[in-house]
Design a protein around this ligand. Sequence first.
Ligand code: NAP
Length: 273
Amino acid sequence: MQYKTAQGSEVPDIGLGTYTLIGKECKNTVLKALELGYRHIDTAQIYQNEKEVGEAINLSGVHRDEIFLTTKVWYTNLEHDDVLQSVEESLRLLKTSYIDLLLIHWPNKQYPLGITLEAMLSLKDQGKILNIGVSNFTPKMTRYVIEDLRIPIFTNQVEYHPFLGQFDLLDLSYENNFLLTAYSPLAKGDIFRDATLKRIADEYGKTPAQIALRWLIEQENVIAIPKATSADHLRENIDLYNFELSDSHFEEIDQLDKTRRISNPSFAPDWDS
Ligand SMILES: NC(=O)c1ccc[n+]([C@@H]2O[C@H](COP(=O)([O-])OP(=O)(O)OC[C@H]3O[C@@H](n4cnc5c(N)ncnc54)[C@H](OP(=O)(O)O)[C@@H]3O)[C@@H](O)[C@H]2O)c1
């Protein structure tokens, strides 16, 4: 596992995504991941699995301070007191006294951002969260938080994989010392159907998943949170540190069409605004 740093905190560059993992399957998968060496887990209030994530962490025998744990406040809980209450509930379910990173899951124009962030800052002051971040924020919204509200963020978690570009956000991350967390880094499985990634994978004796993840984490400010269930997939997705993409292969993946967005719910922001 390798680490990246932002705002003075370190995070493993690969974390386990847990969206759609629920109940026993979630608990067993998180336990298996921790056993295999994962030290970064991504959950959210809306995933309805914080309880199982917490149980797995407690059962694993891995010290809490070795694990980087992220959860997200749902976009209808962004009123000041709802943030405070829903995070208390997350802490209770996760069976932990602190969350390493709390994200606003999706922006919501109904709630003034400054107020939501004020609640998050007070949780940070109390030591209940260690870092503040956002998710699905456009470059303009991200700039507003950093430049107008003057609140430094640890990350913006956004969809990012070989078929979707995030050029503006990456530029912004370099200027402002935050990380880009790539969600759906395997394009929810689409990468396995791409001929270029398959060919490159064969050339290295690796899999398309490993090539896509390498392409992401070789970018200075990028970390990734692939979701996997089977032990083989979990193992494969952290077995990334014994090879490097050549400049020409990296460039070839850069050149793939970058307009395929998978997560675009009705409440998503206007991505070009
Ligand atoms: N902030 C947000 O709004 C947001 C939105 C979407 C996702 N996320 C986060 O990002 C995480 C990852 O994204 P995602 O779940 O959408 O998709 P993903 O990680 O791109 O893809 C997951 C799919 O790939 C399969 N897979 C994983 N490793 C594999 C391997 N080595 N070989 C073959 N197949 C493999 C998984 O199968 P198995 O499970 O069968 O192994 C699963 O079907 C989520 O779980 C969640 O934590 C956040």
